[in-house]
Write a protein that binds this ligand. Structure first.
Ligand code: SF4
Ligand code: SF4
Length: 324
């Protein structure tokens, strides 16, 4: 049947530190954050309840309405969706908070010590349960968010299971301060991609944003990862634009140059969350121009340029406003 939906509604799940949700997005006008179970500590998932929750969203969408939290989401697409709502093919993992970086924009900076000590639940038993129940489709997409993935005790095991299970793409976000042989192995298969947020061109700006001295180490590790990538666009560097701090052209040009020098072929640009959520309907033209400038410069250097999630919404809202 033809209706508006997204791959997360159809077949996704997000495991957060204390909940599980339909997806991990917050950028839609409706706010996203589609919590199904709150106060979650890793107990067996009530799959019947989870799939019922999604069925209700789908039935609402089939009736022509939109689930309020999904209003305005760029992931919504009107098309014929398969009539099967009891399988999972997209998993996002955000259930741990320990990290070796101190990014100024990170929610964990509210109380870094506590987040670094926080004892996360284990996902391994949940994954095994999903495989046993045959609800995991082997054609899916997994994303590791964070905390820092290389500090997650069960990461290597999980990655091996996803690779063995035949998942065609596993996306890994890392601070890149610690090198991982498991990530290297994944990059060699062409079924893993790695995203590292640098947010600066110079060492000085990097320290201001990251609040740790890791600039040289991160680029050294990135170069090493890039030398192992089977897919030439697998290792990606990201620049989260923090208006008033790193939105300057010298930093962007240095960042693009560094990417090129270190064998990276794909760059991503994002907008800082708090700034964006406070202004999502009123983004100044200079910011849009700054993104367009970056895109042009990246193109001139032969780099693939992509917008990350909030930035994609930002550009969409801006276009809609101009067209209104
Ligand atoms: S439409 Fe957007 S907010 Fe709603 S479930 Fe899909 S990705 Fe998440
Ligand atoms: S790397 Fe990620 S988890 Fe770590 S401080 Fe930065 S944003 Fe937070």
């Amino acid at each position: 049947m033809r209706y508006k939906s997204c791959y997360w509604i159809e077949s996704g799940i997000n495991f957060d530190i204390d909940s599980y949700k339909v997806c991990c997005l917050y950028s839609a006008k409706g706010g996203g954050n589609t919590i199904v179970k709150d106060n979650y500590k890793g107990e067996p998932v009530d799959w019947d309840n989870f799939f019922d929750f999604k069925k209700k969203i789908k039935d609402l969408h089939k009736s022509g309405k939109i689930y309020p939290k999904c209003e305005g989401c760029i992931s919504l697409e009107e098309r014929d969706w398969p009539d099967d709502h009891t399988k999972i093919s997209m998993i996002n993992l955000d259930y741990w908070t320990k990290c070796n970086s101190r990014c100024s924009y990170c929610h964990t900076m509210n109380d870094k010590e506590a987040y670094n000590k926080y004892k996360n639940y284990n996902f391994l038993p949940i994954l095994k349960d999903m495989i046993k129940r045959d609800i995991l489709r082997p054609n899916g997409h997994v994303s590791f968010g964070g905390g820092e993935v290389t500090l997650l005790k069960e990461f290597d095991k999980l990655l091996h299971i996803f690779m063995d299970y035949g998942f065609p793409l596993t996306r890994i976000h890392s601070s890149c301060i610690k090198y991982s042989r498991a990530i290297e192995k994944g990059l060699k298969t062409g079924r893993v991609d790695l995203i590292v947020s640098i947010d600066a061109g110079s060492k000085q700006m990097h320290e201001k944003v990251k609040q740790v001295k890791s600039f040289d180490k991160v680029w050294k590790n990135l170069k090493r990862y890039a030398s192992h990538q089977k897919d030439p666009f697998a290792v990606k560097v990201k620049y989260i634009v923090i208006p008033g701090l790193n939105d300057n052209k010298d930093e962007i040009e240095l960042w693009l140059k560094k990417a090129k020098e270190n064998g990276i072929n794909c760059v991503l640009q994002e907008i800082e969350s708090k700034w964006f959520y406070a202004r999502r309907d009123n983004v100044p033209d200079e910011i849009i121009e700054f993104f367009n400038y970056t895109q042009e410069k990246a193109k001139n250097l032969g780099l693939k340029y992509e917008l990350y999630e909030r930035a994609e919404h930002m550009m969409k809202f801006k276009k809609e406003k101009e067209g209104a």
